[in-house]
Design a protein around this ligand. Structure first.
Ligand code: FAD
Length: 458
């Protein structure tokens, strides 16, 4: 018998439930990836993610070849292509991981129909999430379909058993004669961020192994240190599934200690947002908690937004983080929090505008994590304190106390030593004039007053 494994956001060989069960049930397996037109049409195939994806597909193909197989790559609509491959290969089943976005849910329906028409069966496996339940979702009981508050979710999540990770297969036998499109390469992608990280399972495993040895123990103390850059940087690997979240949680728990606990808690945030999106797919576009915000629009809001995107708001820590995003296609979590708060609250621009910009550039750009974190920061989502505003100067002093992060990303200010770099407008006039750096787009008290008035706060 022949089974297809449709790879989606799980581009790995280790701990891959659909691959594991296909290999257990069939003599031959077709490892299939479809470069889906729909993803491109939805504007989701941005240069940074296309380049990272190209690395992942090449590495997956190489891993399969080491095991006697190869990746079959097709282009088109995922369900149609899968059905075509099923009939070419005489496959009686197709195994795929469950997805949580509206897009993934529609794909699953289309797959079921298309496969039925060629006499093949769909088998959906536990999730891209940490998989305490399908889709990373833990049903909350009492008639609710998701948890809206993180702490009770985390408690429940932590109490669930975690399945043991599966080993990577030793051998994969692929039927002869199936056609495959040429693998894409990152060299063929234009417009990517110059400092973009490398993709692929091999690189993901190397990164995690190194970080587990050198970073995990200190994670709790250092994860908010902007200059220290001491988080795992595993988010693109989790997004593309080159690493299994289940395996990461297992290994972190085995290492133990407060750093590991804090890391596992952070990985749980990912499942938290996934289960919100699975229950409320519209939250990728609409306010999770509908509000009456009338975000700023018009010329001046557009100019402020452009300054924010380009990293020239005149607030050094905001500009540093926005430039890190442009350069690396990645930004530190503390930077994401304070830049998002700056756009949605200090500039009072619709969170969707910011979320779109992040999705355009982030290599880990993810509908669940991006949109729901944006909503959290904007006060339209699950945060129980929707009107708190992060002050960029206070944040900078706390999380970049020496100013090293700012000097790294805003070289025009590299001549200012110590924390004075966070408030160039306070320098004596003569010294200030030496730096080619803009004045703040808005004074903080003014931004705050505008926000409070708009939200009807006193
Ligand atoms: P670590 O601190 O090492 O954490 C380990 C893993 O836990 C991360 O890789 C990630 O998978 C998960 N995680 C950590 N924090 C969060 C969180 N708040 N929500 C969900 N998962 C989390 N993360 C994305 O993966 N994709 C996005 O598109 C995305 N957009 C964001 C937008 C905003 C406005 C904010 C505030 C946060 C966003 N995040 C997003 C969450 C978080 O900032 C990143 O996951 C994190 O910075 C990635 O770096 P790391 O891998 O070094 O994280």
């Amino acid at each position: 018998t022949v089974a297809i494994v449709l790879f989606t956001s799980d581009l790995r060989l280790h701990d891959h439930p659909p691959l594991h069960s296909a290999l257990a049930s069939a003599d031959e397996v077709v490892p299939l990836f479809v470069l889906d037109d729909g993803v491109g049409a939805a504007g989701f195939a941005t240069p940074n993610r296309r380049a990272f994806l190209a690395d992942c597909l090449r590495d997956l193909d190489a891993g399969l070849r080491e095991r006697g197989g190869r990746l079959i790559l097709r282009e088109g609509e995922a369900a149609e292509e899968a059905a075509r491959v099923a009939s070419e290969a005489g496959a009686d089943s197709l195994h795929v991981a469950a997805g949580v976005s509206a897009y993934a849910q529609r794909r699953e329906e289309r797959l079921r129909e298309a496969l039925a028409s060629v006499g093949s069966r769909l088998s959906v496996h536990d999730a891209v999430g940490t998989a305490v339940a399908p889709g990373g979702v833990v049903p909350s009981g009492a008639g609710r379909d998701h948890f809206a508050v993180f702490t009770p979710y985390f408690r429940r999540w932590s109490g669930e058993g975690l399945r043991s990770p599966f080993r990577a297969p030793r051998a994969v036998r692929v039927p002869q004669g199936l056609g495959s499109a040429a693998l894409p390469s990152r060299a063929g992608v234009r417009g990517l961020s110059p400092g973009l990280a490398e993709g692929g399972e091999t690189e993901g495993r190397r990164l995690f192994a190194a970080w587990r040895r050198q970073g995990l123990a200190a994670y709790e103390d250092r994860h908010d240190d902007l200059a220290g850059d001491a988080t795992s940087r595993l988010s693109p690997h989790l997004h593309f599934g080159t690493l299994s979240p289940t395996e990461l949680v297992h290994r972190a728990r085995a290492a133990g200690g407060p750093g590991a606990e804090a890391f596992v808690r952070q990985v749980c945030w990912r499942d938290f947002h996934h289960q919100v999106l699975a229950a409320r797919p519209a939250a990728s576009r609409s306010d999770y908690r509908p509000r009456q915000d009338r975000w700023r629009t018009g010329r001046s809001a557009e100019e402020d937004t452009a300054a924010w995107k380009e990293g020239r708001t005149g607030y050094p820590v905001v500009d540093a983080a926005m430039r890190q995003l442009l350069h690396e296609g990645w930004m530190h979590n503390r930077g994401r929090l304070l830049t998002a708060s700056f756009l949605a609250k200090t500039l009072y621009v619709d969170w969707r505008t910011g979320a779109r910009h992040f999705l355009e550039l982030l290599v880990d750009g993810d509908i669940a994590n991006n949109q729901l974190n944006w909503q959290w920061v904007a006060g339209t989502g699950t945060d129980s304190r929707p009107n708190r505003v992060l002050n960029p100067v206070t944040q900078a002093r706390r999380y970049d106390p020496e100013g090293a992060y700012v000097r790294r990303w805003v070289p025009e200010l590299a001549g200012i030593s110590g924390p004075a770099v966070h408030e160039p407008w306070k320098l004596p006039e003569r010294e200030r004039a030496r730096y080619d750096y803009p004045e703040p787009v808005v004074a903080l008290p003014e931004g705050l007053a505008r926000f409070k008035e708009a939200r009807g706060l006193d």
